[in-house]
Design a protein around this ligand. Structure first.
Ligand SMILES: [Zn+2]
Length: 255
């Protein structure tokens, strides 16, 4: 039996008690991730300002038709409480993850799960976690493909090693146009939770390796991400040393 098989399972509730996890976005990625983390014992901090929409129910698996029109946060809290999670272990942040609250939110937790639906938020989360020395798990899904990877607290390689900057609006894939398969998003969210448990327990955290799942071919690959020599965030001469809101201005749907 390998060492990596020693991840606490049912015992993780005690192991993670008092640890705080911020989940950015209670959508298609956040819902399955929260479901998988619900029994971990960690405190769940959830940031979102959206409402539940009927068209998203197929991938936002904590909601049902009675949730439509409600604030996602209220619907998520009720769903988690129904699962037996103490309400005191759930903290709701009724806001998007924004430049003016990003660093404070990152600083207040032990780990960030980024399941945002736009690239601007993804880069913002990457930058805030690097600046606050917090680990982050990034998740994304579009059409048949899901990607998940995590960045260490010291943050190298980081999100900007892979994607240097926020893409132009026209260059961004949009899941409203391209579509996204519900089970693929669910798989990505569950994988984010797996990475979160590995980071929080310190058992084989897969830093610097990106997992890509192709739902058409049923193939999960994991490959290393090489550090970018001149990375503006984690390179030897980083240009990003603060959160400048003008840097995050190209919102578009990615999950
Ligand atoms: Zn980097």
């Amino acid at each position: 039996m390998s060492e990596s098989s020693n991840i606490p399972l049912r015992t993780s509730r005690d192991a993670l008690r008092g640890r705080r996890v911020l989940v950015i976005g209670a959508g298609g990625l956040g819902c399955p991730a929260l479901l998988a983390l619900a029994d971990s014992g960690a405190e769940l901090v959830i940031a979102d300002d959206d409402t539940v929409e009927l068209s998203n129910l197929h991938r936002q698996i904590l909601f049902d038709e009675e949730s439509v029109g409600r604030d996602k946060l209220d619907a998520v809290r009720d769903a988690l409480v129904r699962l037996g999670i103490p309400e005191t272990s759930i903290e709701l942040v009724r806001s998007r993850f924004l430049p003016d609250n990003a660093r404070e939110l990152a600083r207040s937790v032990d780990l960030v799960l980024e399941g945002a639906d736009n690239f601007a938020t993804k880069f913002l989360a990457a930058d805030a976690c690097r600046l606050e020395r917090r680990p982050i798990v990034h998740g994304a899904a579009i059409r048949f493909v899901a990607t998940v990877w995590c960045v260490a607290p010291e943050g190298r390689p980081c999100y900007r090693c892979l994607f240097e900057d926020v893409p132009d609006g026209d260059a961004q894939p949009n899941c409203n146009d391209a579509g996204v398969l519900g089970p693929v998003v669910g798989f990505a969210g569950a994988l984010m939770a797996d990475r979160a448990l590995r980071v929080l327990t310190g058992v084989d955290p897969p830093y610097g390796r990106i997992a890509t799942y192709d739902g058409r071919r049923d193939v999960l690959r994991e490959v290393p991400v090489p550090p970018r020599g001149a990375c503006p965030l984690c390179g030897p001469s980083p240009r990003i040393s603060e959160i400048d809101e003008t840097r995050y201005t190209a919102p578009s749907c990615a999950a």
